[in-house]
Design a protein around this ligand. Sequence first.
Ligand code: ASP
Length: 333
Amino acid sequence: MTYSLMIHGGAGALEDLKYEAGESEFRTSLLEILAQGRQRLEAGASALDVVEFCVMLLEDNPLYNAGRGSVLNGQGQVEMDAALMNGSDLRAGGVTCIKNVKNPIAVARLVLEQGDHVLLAGEGALEFAQAAGAELRENDYFLTEARLKQLAEAQAAGRMTLDHERVKPGQSVGRAVGRALGQAGEPAIAQRPAPTEKLGTVGAVAMDRQGNLAAATSTGGLVNKRWGRVGDTPVVGAGVYADNETCAVSATGYGEQFLRTVFAKTLSDFVQFQGMSAQDAAQAAVDYLVRKVDGDGGAIVIDQAGRCGSAQSTSGLIRGWIEQGGEAVCKLG
Ligand code: ASP
């Protein structure tokens, strides 16, 4: 049987890669990771191993908002979320609000393998990671100049922002996020900006040569978020989902909107109950996200036939894929 692999580095507008070196760096890193993932899939590695591996590489690259280079919360700290899911038996593992682990997705994998729980949070998650021998790093490892500057700008403007947000004093409240969070009655931060910029969360989905699907997602979340905030990324059915009968999904966008629409499972349901392909289901789920909560973000998908698909409501989604063993392709828009 053939294999497929798809990875992403976040959704948003790519016009202003203010904290990045530029498009070519994204393309180079995506193609490198796809090549390494392909090697493993060709050699017979499981989809679960490969999505974990690819996300670890993305976490290690400070270009992305996950692992090293994660955005900072309101206290200037890195608090990370990650989860992965195995499509053959619906086993899943995740961590949320975890600090100081080099690769949150590797800890999520340990949670999955340990099997008693699906999602561990904060200090409990860190203690679990330490006991399991996960690699730890001091705070300095995660911090980059760009992230400190980004937080200072967000705080000066009194806002919670996306990764790579343009923060301008006096900017209007975001069309979707201001409304979505306002409705939820949680005005933690007075103003929320227009969600027009790139998000930097990372993810991977794969189908291995046995036809098994898996999905993984990892993030530092939102800039200047309230400490203890949990986004969609570590929540099964919101930011990540995999079922061999349907598809594997990794999402990126404003987490609160993806939680409220149970986004990844909704996408999977379009495959399950309407017989859609990966591409049609991705588009249908994003249409639903926009219709229900005016949501901002996107997703990558591989269906049970190994077809790749993606859709976004933002102007860009950084992604690359290998469909059914074919050539590696990258797209940012
Ligand atoms: N979904 C992530 C979160 O809300 C952010 C992102 O995708 O960039 O934490």
